[in-house]
Design a protein around this ligand. Structure first.
Ligand code: ADP
Length: 396
């Protein structure tokens, strides 16, 4: 069956049409600048990208344009919308209500709305996408796939913060974790690809992209992860600070004459690799700057790699061992230097990187030596395919 996968952001929307039998992408693209001027990117498999400037005052026009492109006589991937059997939506926050993907019903939408306070920028946008699809394609079953769901198996010792317990009980302040769809997909694939026994496996997934998070997965279930109540916690990211001393917030607010929203903006948008290097949030630019002798860029990447290694060490303790360490997402899949530096801290585990394998490119691949006591691998993530698979499983 054909599944339309939709990831609705506040002013953008990414989509893929996937044939779930062959798991091939039939067409994909994105709408950008929704509510401003509007731009549709559409690419049918095997053809060049088409970029169209098109007015999209709201997500409704954006989705209408996507559906038109998908069914366009010349370059469409399908003849009519009847060929779309189901729609899978990425939903950022499922709070404690969703430990797995769910078919979208009125009750389900109400439950997602209850989580809006926890992700005020993302969840309302995700819900708009769901409602618009219901309006434009009535009768087509829809499924919500949550970024938080995979992490719901964490025990209280991993998800509670050292705060007054009323904040958890009254306001649901706890660690939720994000990128769950990726951590779930990659950890499952790791077990399969590396021939591990799922029911006796300890895997660490390092999802390193613009946003980064690490998770510890025992017997297929998440036991800990680095992102928290929000995606700001954990390792240093493209523009996010990751974990810092919370007292810095008050200190900087006073020094820079900012309110809390102002400091949060700095922590989310002006910190991380971007803020530390003063160069860019993009790892490729940092590597170039380091080549040219930029000390700040070097420190930024060192802080990132050291931070990753410390979380990995922490998770080895949390799981009392580790069978495999997996790198995924933009940096994890492509940056041999970051992988090398992280692994340079892990010799005490008997983890040994195979330099040649680490420098090679490709899909799923082992990058540790045959003698390494811990398997190290690169496994490309594919959140859209994971959403497609969950959607099919729930609507079939
Ligand atoms: P997002 O979190 O937006 O999905 P991605 O997973 O696409 O992000 O990761 C983006 C990051 O991957 C950027 O920091 C980018 O520099 C990095 N990246 C992409 N390709 C390469 C490469 N060839 N070498 C090093 N870093 C790369």
């Amino acid at each position: 069956m054909n599944v339309l996968v939709i990831n609705c952001g506040s002013s953008s929307l990414k989509y893929q049409l996937i044939d779930s039998d062959s798991e091939k992408v039939l067409a994909k693209g994105l709408c950008e600048r929704i509510g401003l001027d509007g731009r549709l990117v559409y690419q049918k498999a095997g053809l060049e990208k088409e970029i169209t400037e098109a007015s999209m005052p709201t997500h409704k026009e954006a989705i209408q344009l996507v559906l038109q492109a998908l069914t366009n006589e010349k370059t469409g991937a399908i003849a009519s919308l009847e060929e779309v059997s189901a729609i899978g939506h990425r939903v950022v926050h499922g709070g404690e209500k969703f430990a797995s993907s769910a078919v979208i019903t009125d009750e389900m939408i109400a439950a997602v709305e209850d989580c809006n306070d926890l992700a005020p920028l993302h969840n309302p946008a995700n819900l708009i996408g769901i409602r618009v699809c219901a309006e434009l394609m009535p009768g087509v079953p829809q499924v919500g796939v949550f970024d938080t769901a995979f992490h719901q198996t964490m025990p209280p010792k991993a998800y509670l913060y050292g705060l007054p317990i009323e904040y958890y009980k009254n306001y649901q302040v706890r660690r939720y974790g994000f990128h769950g769809t990726s951590h779930s997909f990659v950890s499952k694939r790791a077990v399969e690809f590396l021939g591990l026994d799922r029911d006796n496996s300890k895997v660490i997934v390092c999802h390193l992209g613009n946003g980064s998070s690490i998770s510890a997965v025992v017997n297929g279930k998440c036991v800990d992860t680095t992102m928290g109540l929000t995606p700001l916690e954990g390792v240093v990211m493209g523009t996010r600070s990751g974990s810092i001393d919370p007292a810095i917030i008050e200190y900087i607010a006073k020094k820079e004459n900012l309110d809390i929203a102002g400091v949060m903006n700095v922590l989310n948008k002006k910190s991380g690799l971007q803020g530390m290097s003063g160069v860019s949030s993009d790892m490729r630019d940092l590597e170039e700057a380091i080549e040219a002798g930029n000390e700040d860029a070097k420190n930024a990447v060192d802080v990132l790699c050291y931070g990753i290694a410390k979380y990995v060490g922490g998770y080895v303790a949390a799981m009392n061992g580790v069978d495999a360490i997996i790198f995924t997402a933009g940096i994890g899949e492509n940056d041999a230097n970051v992988r090398r530096t992280v692994c340079s801290y892990l010799g005490y585990l008997g983890a040994e990187l195979d330099e040649e394998a680490n420098s090679a490119r490709g899909e799923d691949r082992v990058i540790s030596t045959p003698d390494s006591k811990v398997k190290i691998a690169v496994i490309p993530t594919n959140e859209e395919l994971a959403i497609c698979r969950d959607t099919v499983a729930l609507v079939k």
